[in-house]
Design a protein around this ligand. Structure first.
Ligand code: ZN
Length: 451
């Protein structure tokens, strides 16, 4: 049920369905708050009070103390009453956990109870009035709302009945309440998730795993300060589940994936740019970061590992279920194919034409040729740079890169420096993805019943 529908919810229709409701049924024309003739002349509070969102409550039967509580709960904006989470038990009772460890219990046929200890002689406390105010705020504003002094009715309907009419979840959706059990992860998951979300905004572009790492040796001052924010935000998120839900809305899993791969792609670019800088300027005199062939290869292998860690973490949720990983797989494949394109284009002595000659560049291809460094040792034992990761992906993800992989195949086929095993893995990867494509477009889906 949408918030819009809920806002149209009229509880008036059900008003006479309760016995108490029929007995007390009376209507009040809309009116502005004013001193009612029935109220005590010394009462500091009028008999009709108006909430900040324009609802008018009739509290003419209340004594001064009860009026004071009603006013705090219903009208006062800064009453510091906030919902933490709520739940419904199997036997139909509702519990509302508020800030400061206050719990309200709402059960049909009984006066609502509050743990604050101020409910005496069946007179509601400010928390219960606040809660009743929340429930009744979905009513139209043009009718005065009758309140029972013990908090046992909203327009003559018991609050438990109101909740059951539209379900606790519908109210929770409308008010952004958190329903315990359904919406909330356990504390460990929550702590991890807050760190993942915060890492999206890490000032030095740290990846989630790096942001969560205990190693702070190489952090900038800004990064250190940002890290100190983490426990504060976590503490707040644990204390206010609704705040956590807001964070989740703001920083969705899709957004987190997008940011992760933006950072990865930036680092891939930086690695190749740094190699170019080294080739151009040699081991010294760098204006921008520089990496020689060996370091650049190590950097790229490190990035492959980071992508794999991320895939691993995302593929399996804590519940052990496979999550929807399509976007992660798509972006991971894209990053891998980019890396492979670049590496296979760099099958040469990187330093052959370097203008710096004062230092003798290495003559071993394992130290001067990025292609040889990364792809040369390929074997079952050493792994197949990037290809073994692509092999692990769904064929439809790889198929998307068929054209690029075809070009890469052309390139590696024409050099004796490609280990035959690497070429063979690449070919079978391409064929496998094409085969699957053909069988899918041919309508041979195993799901279809052949007749
Ligand atoms: Zn209370």
């Amino acid at each position: 049920m949408s918030a819009e529908e809920l806002s149209k919810l009229s509880l008036r229709d059900t008003m006479v369905t309760t016995r108490a409701g029929a007995a007390r049924l009376r209507t009040n024309p809309p009116q502005t708050p004013q001193e009612s003739p029935t109220s005590s002349p010394i009462s500091p509070t009028p008999s009709l009070i108006e909430s900040t969102n324009g609802h008018i409550y009739d509290i003419s039967t209340f004594d001064d103390e009860l009026r004071r509580r009603a006013k705090i709960g219903l009208v006062k904006d800064d009453n510091n009453i906030r919902m933490r989470f709520c739940r419904e038990t199997d036997d139909g009772a509702f519990f509302f956990n508020l800030d400061d460890d206050i719990t309200i219990k709402v059960e049909e046929g009984r006066v609502p109870k509050c743990s604050c200890g101020n409910v005496q002689n069946e007179k509601a406390c400010k928390h219960i009035f606040w809660f009743i105010g929340q429930l009744s705020s979905v009513l139209p504003t043009n009718q005065t709302i009758q309140l029972a002094g013990d908090g046992s009715s909203v327009k003559n309907t018991h609050p438990a009945e109101v909740l059951k009419m539209r379900s606790l979840q519908a109210f929770a959706d409308h008010f952004h309440w958190v329903v315990e059990g359904e919406d909330l992860p356990d504390t460990d998951e929550l702590i991890d998730e807050v760190a993942n979300m915060m890492s999206c905004f890490e000032p030095n572009g740290l990846l989630p795993a790096e942001f969560k790492s205990e190693d702070t040796r190489e952090l900038s001052e800004q990064s250190r300060m940002f890290r100190e924010l983490r426990p504060i935000v976590i503490q707040h998120a644990i204390r206010y589940p609704a705040f956590f839900m807001q964070l989740q809305e703001l920083c969705s899993p899709e957004f987190q994936v997008k940011v992760f791969f933006e950072k990865i792609n930036k680092r891939i670019d930086e690695a190749f740019n740094a190699l170019d800088e080294y080739i151009e300027r040699g081991p010294t005199n760098h204006r921008t970061p520089s990496l020689d062939v060996v370091s650049c290869a190590a950097r790229l292998e490190g990035l492959v590992e980071k992508i794999e860690e991320y895939r691993e973490d995302s593929l399996v949720s804590n519940a052990g279920e496979r999550r929807d990983d399509t976007e992660i797989e798509r972006l991971a494949a894209l990053a891998y194919v980019r890396m492979l394109e670049e590496v296979t284009s760099r099958n040469n002595d990187a330093y052959a034409n370097s203008p710096w000659v004062t230092t003798e560049p290495p003559s071993d291809p394992m130290r001067n040729n990025l292609f040889v460094r990364l792809i040369g040792p390929a074997s079952e034992e050493n792994g197949f740079f990037v290809l073994d990761k692509l092999q692990d992906m769904a064929p439809h993800v790889v198929r998307h890169h068929g054209v690029d992989l075809g070009e890469i195949e052309n390139r590696v086929r024409n050099t004796p420096l490609t280990p035959p095993a690497y070429l063979s893995v690449l070919r079978s990867l391409i064929q496998e993805s094409r085969k699957r494509a053909a069988s899918q477009s041919g309508g041979n889906s195993p799901k279809r019943t052949m007749q």
